[in-house]
Design a protein around this ligand. Structure first.
Ligand SMILES: Nc1ncnc2c1ncn2[C@@H]1O[C@H](COP(=O)(O)OP(=O)(O)OP(=O)(O)O)[C@@H](O)[C@H]1O
Length: 312
C-alpha cells in the first residue's frame, strides 16, 4: 500500500517553477530519502504534503485519499518535523508536545499519555518541565520530533532534521528514525547529507531544479554509474611514480595520489588492472593492497547533475 502518492505535483511562485510535475509514491514501511541540493525544491514539496503551502497543480494522496478532499484525515496521519524549529520557548517541553499533539487532533487523557510517551521516546522525559530556551540545538530538535510523533501518524516527514547539530544528537535522531520505522511508521526523510541518506534510507529519490531525476534503491541508483570503476591502491615508496604515464594506461580516466593511497578511476569495460600494476612496479612503487571502491551516492548525483550536492 502507498502511504503517499504525488501526481504531477507542481508549485509555481510567480513565473518560477519550484516543483515541476513530480510523480512519486512512498510505500508503507519505507524510510524514503528525498535528496537534493539547497534550493532543489525539497521543502516546497514537503510543505505542500503537509498542507502548509497551496498546490499550483497536480494531486497529493495520503493512504489513497486526496488531501484537498480529506484534510482532517491527512492531518491526523501526517507528522512533520520542519527544518526551522517549531517550538515555543515560553512553554515547557511537555506543554509543547501537548500543544502540537492537540493541533493534530488528540485530546483528553490520551493526549496526556501520548505526549509523555513521545517525550520519553526522544530521551527528554526528565526535561518535561524544563523550558526549551535552556536546551542545546540537538535537544530542541528532539523535542521537535516528539511534537510531530505524539499523535502516532502513519507518515512522518522530516525536513533536514540533523542540520547544525552535534554528532551525538545526530546519532540519536538517526536511531529514532529507525525505531519509529520499526514501530510501523513510514518516513519521508529529506537531507542534503548523502551519507545519512545512504545509511538509513531504503529507497531514494533525487530532486534537482524541482524535478525527480532518479529514484530507486541505493543499489539501483549506484548501477547508474557502473560505467566506471574506482580502484584504491595502497602504496609505499611512491617517489618514482609517474602519474602522467599511469594516466596513459588504456581505460584509466583519472589517477591521484593521496598520502599513501593511489585513487584510480577507470572505464568499467576495460580490463587493465595488470597494466596498472605493471606500471607501478616499473616505477619502483611498493604495492600493499588493492581495493575496488563502491560508487557513492555523491558520484551518482555528480553524474546526473554535473555538480556536487554538498555546498557546505
Ligand atoms: N515563497 C517563495 N517565493 C519564491 N520562491 C520561493 C519561495 N519558497 C521557495 N522558493 C524557491 O523555490 C526553490 C526551492 O526551494 P526549497 O526551499 O523547496 O528548496 P530545498 O530543496 O528545500 O532547499 P533547502 O535545503 O535550502 O531548504 C528555491 O529556488 C527557492 O528560492
Amino acid at each position: 500500500m502507498n502511504v503517499l502518492d504525488m501526481k504531477r505535483l507542481t508549485k509555481k511562485f510567480g513565473d518560477f517553477i519550484a516543483v515541476d510535475g513530480i510523480t512519486l509514491s512512498v510505500r508503507e514501511g519505507e524510510i524514503f530519502g528525498f535528496l537534493g541540493a539547497n534550493g532543489a525544491g525539497k521543502s516546497t514539496t514537503i510543505h505542500m504534503i503537509a498542507s502548509l503551502l497551496s498546490i499550483s497543480s497536480g494531486e497529493i494522496e495520503i493512504l489513497g485519499r486526496n488531501i484537498a478532499k480529506h484534510p482532517r484525515f491527512a492531518k491526523s496521519n501526517i507528522g512533520i518535523v520542519p527544518q526551522d524549529l517549531a517550538i515555543y520557548e515560553e512553554m515547557t517541553a511537555l506543554e509543547n508536545v501537548r500543544f502540537f499533539a492537540g493541533l493534530y487532533g488528540l485530546g483528553g487523557s490520551e493526549l496526556k499519555r501520548r505526549a509523555e510517551e513521545a517525550l520519553a521516546f526522544v530521551g527528554l522525559a526528565d526535561k518535561a518541565k524544563s523550558y526549551p530556551k535552556h536546551f542545546s540545538g540537538g535537544m530542541k530538535r528532539r523535542l521537535n520530533i516528539a511534537c510531530a510523533i505524539a499523535h502516532k501518524p502513519k507518515l512522518i516527514i522530516m525536513d533536514e532534521p540533523t542540520v547544525g547539530i552535534d554528532p551525538q544528537s545526530r546519532n540519536y535522531i538517526l536511531n529514532s528514525v529507525r525505531q519509529l520505522n520499526e514501530a510501523g511508521c513510514t518516513i519521508l526523510y529529506t537531507s542534503h547529507y548523502m551519507e545519512e541518506v545512504e545509511e538509513i534510507c531504503t529507497r531514494i529519490a533525487i530532486i534537482d531544479h524541482g524535478k525527480i531525476i532518479a529514484d530507486g534503491t541505493k543499489e539501483q541508483l549506484k548501477a547508474i554509474v557502473t560505467d566506471r570503476k574506482e580502484i584504491d591502491i595502497e602504496v609505499r615508496g611512491a617517489g618514482g611514480l609517474d602519474l602522467a604515464e599511469l594516466k596513459r594506461v588504456p581505460g584509466v580516466l583519472s589517477a591521484e595520489l593521496e598520502e599513501n593511497v593511489l585513487r584510480i578511476a577507470s572505464a568499467a569495460e576495460v580490463r587493465n588492472l595488470n597494466r596498472i600494476l605493471e606500471r607501478l612496479m616499473t616505477d619502483g612503487v611498493d604495492i600493499r593492497a588493492v581495493k575496488a571502491r563502491e560508487p557513492s551516492l555523491e558520484q551518482v548525483f555528480l553524474t546526473l547533475t554535473g555538480r556536487s550536492l554538498r555546498d557546505d
